[in-house]
Design a protein around this ligand. Structure first.
Ligand SMILES: *Cc1c(COP(=O)(O)O)cnc(C)c1O
Length: 429
């Protein structure tokens, strides 16, 4: 178990606030985010751009991990850029007053309406994913008389997933232009030839929850090599290299994440040495951490309801949330640390299955979970739920999406209100 803060009453403390008091004030289920943890991660990334790239780069928080107005304000106040993957995220960032020149727009199938919106708002960088999009963007930009900055998403041929990575010639992915077929170079030439596009660089994103530095190093090498080929074939030196996100975090003791600075230092070394080898300038570096900025900052609090002991089989502990607020178990059998927030110092003595309240047998939050003996009315805390929980939430079974509360220095504030039943029927005719 990770180190946690517990007060004299044995209650879990989050951001200096008693978690049990939070549930009394705001109800359950409740998403709690620790602002200091978010800001510290943002700062660590930003500092390493200063340290390893002389400040010539931009960390763009990948906001699909957790998107609401307040997170864009925090990213702005920490001097970060953001990346968005839909019109909805772009709209939210804009509504929060986020500077549009520091936005990177991604997606494998952006709609014409989304691209128009990005052009109208003056988004700083658009990452084109495929040739149809490049043509569409070029036409829309010409129509509007603007020249957006464009990067091309490249498949570097490195597939990094949880504790292992493979390099193959042919990667099966819906994202990006392939290198080995010449598709990527063709796209570069088309983009350079389009008068309404300003091609400035290339992008790659190799996976998520990666606990090794090697795949990032290999990706950086492949991308630098491609930038060298681009200059050789076209005479153009691209300025931007966007290396995506994917840095792993700690969910349970099984995870052993690499510290931010270690990734950054090793990747920066390979970029410098490649630049020297290919006689290229060191590019402007963009990185897009999502999970590693907000993941460990989040804890979800639930109230324990029914408990079913099935002799010789298992014990189900049911909570008042589930796959609606955290679909990651049903999607990927993701592992989490669980504890009772009202008896946080008690050692686990039972092994249980934590079930949600949805009418779906697969609606679980964890199996074979070590936990202190739970009783109805206890507060169950699930750790490291800051990324891809609220942002993936649904109102399946017409359960309202819970509120999000930010805690810091002993105080709490609502940053996303809980959904109401009225809102659930609001769009029904
Ligand atoms: C999802 C995504 C990220 C963030 O990934 P994390 O694993 O959350 O760091 C960054 N860039 C792109 C293009 C993505 O799709």
């Amino acid at each position: 178990m990770e180190k946690i803060a517990v007060n004299a009453e044995g209650h879990l403390m989050l951001g200096g606030v008693d978690a049990v008091q939070l549930t009394q004030e705001y109800g359950t289920p409740l998403y709690v985010m620790e602002e200091d943890v978010i800001r510290a991660a943002m700062k660590a990334y930003r500092d390493s751009i200063n340290r390893f790239y002389d400040g010539k780069g931009l960390i763009c928080y990948a906001s699909k991990a957790f998107s609401c107005k307040e997170i864009y304000r925090i990213a702005q106040s920490e001097g970060l850029g953001v990346d968005v993957v839909s019109g909805g995220e772009l709209y939210t960032a804009h509504q929060a007053g986020f500077p549009m020149d520091k936005v990177v727009f991604h997606g494998n199938n952006k709609t014409p309406a989304e691209l128009r919106m990005a052009l109208d708002l003056g988004v700083g960088r658009i990452v084109a994913d495929n040739i149809e999009e490049l043509h569409l963007l070029s036409a829309l930009a010409a129509e509007k008389g603007v020249t957006p900055n464009v990067l091309l998403r490249i498949k570097p041929g490195i597939d990094a997933h949880t504790h292992q990575f493979i390099m193959t010639g042919q990667i099966d992915s819906k994202f990006g232009f392939a290198l080995e077929t010449g598709e990527a170079m063709e796209a570069v030439k088309e983009a350079l030839a389009a008068p309404s596009l300003h091609l400035i660089g290339v992008h790659c994103h190799i996976g998520s929850q990666i606990h090794e530095v090697t795949p990032f190093i290999r990706a950086a090498e492949v991308m630098m090599q491609f930038m060298a080929s681009v200059r050789e074939e076209t005479g153009v030196t691209l300025t931007d290299l966007n290396l995506g996100g994917g840095y792993g975090i700690r969910y349970t003791d099984e995870d052993d994440p690499v510290p931010h600075a270690a990734y950054m230092e090793e990747v920066s070394e390979v970029i410098r040495s490649s630049a020297e080898m290919f006689h290229l300038p060191v590019p402007f570096i963009l990185m897009e951490p999502g999970r590693s900025i907000v993941g460990e900052a989040g804890t979800t609090l639930y109230t324990v309801g029914s408990i079913k002991h099935i002799p010789g089989i298992r014990t189900y502990i049911s909570v008042d949330g589930g796959m609606g607020d955290n679909p990651r178990y049903i999607l990927y059998q993701s592992k989490y640390d669980f504890l009772l927030a009202n008896r946080a110092a008690e050692a686990p003595t039972t092994t249980v299955t934590v079930a949600g309240k949805c009418c779906e047998s697969g609606d679980l939050l964890g199996e074979n979970v070590p936990l202190a003996e739970a009783k109805p009315g206890d507060i169950l805390a699930v750790r490291s739920t800051g990324a891809y929980n609220y942002s993936m939430a649904s109102c399946y079974n017409r359960n309202p999406i819970p509120p999000v509360v930010m805690v810091k220095d002993g105080t709490s504030r609502v940053i996303v209100k809980g959904m109401t039943y009225e809102q659930i029927v609001e769009n029904d005719i």
